[in-house]
Structure formats: C-alpha cells, structure tokens
Design a protein around this ligand. Structure first.
Ligand code: ARG
Length: 296
C-alpha cells in the first residue's frame, strides 16, 4: 500500500507578465526564439486553474520587470513549516547574477506573509542554492548539487530546517535542477532519470525510492515528464510519454496534461513555475535537530 503525498496542495506562482528569453543560462534557452506572451499567459492561467480545480491553493507574487525568469517560482526559495510551527524559507542564492534580483522580491513576499527568512549566500557571496534542487522524500530532503546548488549549501539547508539532507550530484547540463530529473509521486514512488546524476548518486536515489519509475534522458529532456506536480492522486504534467502512462495509471494516478510549450523555451515546466508552500518538517520529513547531511 502507498500513501499519497501530504504536501503539494498549496503553491506560490509568479505571473508571466515579464517572461522573456533575455539571456541563455541553460541549453533550452535561445534569445532568438522568444515566447508568445499571450500563449504563455494562457498556459500559465490554465495551470493555475487546474491546480485550483483539483482543490489546491495558489498564491501569486508580483513579477519584476528586470527578472524575465521569475515566472519559474520554484527557484525563489525552499519554504517549510518547522517543527515548532514557525514558517521558514531559505531563499535561493541564484547561480547566475541575471536571476539574483528575484530574491529581493521573494524576501519581501515571504516576510510580508508571515515567513521567517534566511540566506545560504547572497549577491554572489557564499554558496549558491536554488530551490528547484530540493524535495522531501522518504525521511530526507533530497538535494541536487552541481550546476546550480553548491554542496556547501546543504549544511545550511540541514541546520536551518533541522532535517536530514541527502545530497545527490547532478551532472547533466540539460537537467540542471533536480526537478527536471526527480519527481516524488507518493510515499513509495517517484519518477527518476538516473542519467542526470553521478552514478553513485543515481544509485543512492534509486535505493531511497521503493518503486522508482525510471525514465530515459530522451524522455526527460523531450517531454519534461519529471517536471510535474502531484496533487493527491492526480499528476499534473506537461505531457506524458505513452510508455509511462500505463505505469502511472496502474499505480492509481490520474494524469492531467497542461500544455506548457511556451514555458519550455526558458527551460522549465509545470514544477518550475510552482513553489510548494505546504511542506511540513515533522510530517513530510522527520525532525533531525542540528541537521545532518549525507553526501553521495
Ligand atoms: N531559465 C530558468 C533558469 O535557467 C529556468 C528555471 C527552471 N526551473 C526549475 N526549477 N528547473 O534558471
């Protein structure tokens, strides 16, 4: 028997008003190919409406004119309610300076909405950390390091949140955040693309997940299938490869496709534009006072 995820029903999203491809910081981005603003807006609206229709809640943070990637709200910070009921966010310290202004808005939004705020590094000083690299699963916060998050950030993540962090090394330029290669589905299952990870890290992740759904590099990169969100037994995905649909349905999931082609031009999909606000330490990941980091 498996139990549905207890988190994933409340998200922060950034309206795509200023979404553009002004620079190329991942292999999907090409400044010669700009998103269609009306279509991007319609896709974003459809995703928000789908989450709400499934019983989820969406809060919205105002976009910044100077931050064309801010629509990828997953990267604003890692937010969790701590064991003593304080809401706490570890703000991202983006790898690329082009995205660092986003944190200025994020810190204001979180502070104004009752969240305590902390930094791993700031304005280019200290380790980098991007929250698209972090997800709770099976007693750990699984945290990808490499392209965007420095391994040094994991210590702060573990101590700020009082949790055990399993560090996995991501090595693929196209899967530069863990959320492009790993998607928790319920308490026993997750989508994993081992090709995104160093061999020892891929093995550690496969060992952590009782029933992994392994996808190929091709499937991950061409369909963004791992960049999905799960609301109870419904998986909201940008597309579902025919090979994996019967497996997911066999596990009792309903698949809801939301077209995200315009957002794919910036290198992100459903997960990247939604930042979960309902992760609870002590419920979704056990309390480990002082924190602990397990490198792989
Ligand atoms: N253009 C953005 C970047 O390269 C895309 C971020 C995608 N977000 C994600 N959580 N994977 O930073």
């Amino acid at each position: 028997m498996s139990t549905s995820l207890t988190w994933g029903r409340h998200y922060l999203m950034t309206e795509p008003t200023h979404y553009r491809i002004d620079y190329a910081i991942n292999p999907f981005m090409d400044t010669e190919i700009q998103p269609d603003p009306a279509r991007a807006r319609a896709q974003w609206d459809a995703l928000k409406a789908t989450i709400e229709e499934l019983g989820g809640r969406v809060d919205v943070i105002a976009p910044r004119e100077d931050s064309p990637d801010m629509v990828y709200a997953m990267n604003l910070g890692f937010a969790a309610t701590l064991a003593d009921s304080r809401r706490h966010v570890l703000l991202s310290h983006m790898r690329f300076p082009e995205r660092r202004n986003e944190t200025r808005s994020a810190v204001e939004w979180f502070a104004a909405n009752g969240w305590g705020t902390a930094y791993v590094g700031k304005d280019g000083v200290g380790p980098t950390f991007e929250a698209g690299d972090v997800f709770p699963f099976a007693g750990h916060l699984v945290a990808g390091t490499g392209p965007r998050t420095d391994e040094m950030a994991l210590k702060t993540l573990a101590t700020e949140m009082n949790v055990r962090v399993l560090g996995v090394r991501t090595t693929h330029s196209g899967m530069y955040h863990l959320d492009l290669a790993f998607c928790p589905l319920d308490d026993r299952r997750a989508i994993i693309c081992p090709d995104a990870l160093a061999p020892e890290s891929a093995q550690a992740l496969l060992d952590l997940v009782p029933e992994p759904l392994v996808i190929t590099e091709e499937e991950a990169l061409s369909t963004f299938a791992a960049n999905s969100i799960v609301i109870g037994r419904t998986i909201v995905m940008p597309s579902c490869p025919e090979r994996i649909r019967p497996i997911l349905e066999g596990w009792g999931f309903t698949i809801r496709i939301v077209e995200m082609s315009e957002l794919h031009l910036g290198g992100g999909s459903v997960r990247c534009v939604t930042n979960p606000l309902d992760i609870v330490v002590g419920r979704d990941v056990p309390v480990v006072y002082g924190g602990e980091v397990i490198p792989t």
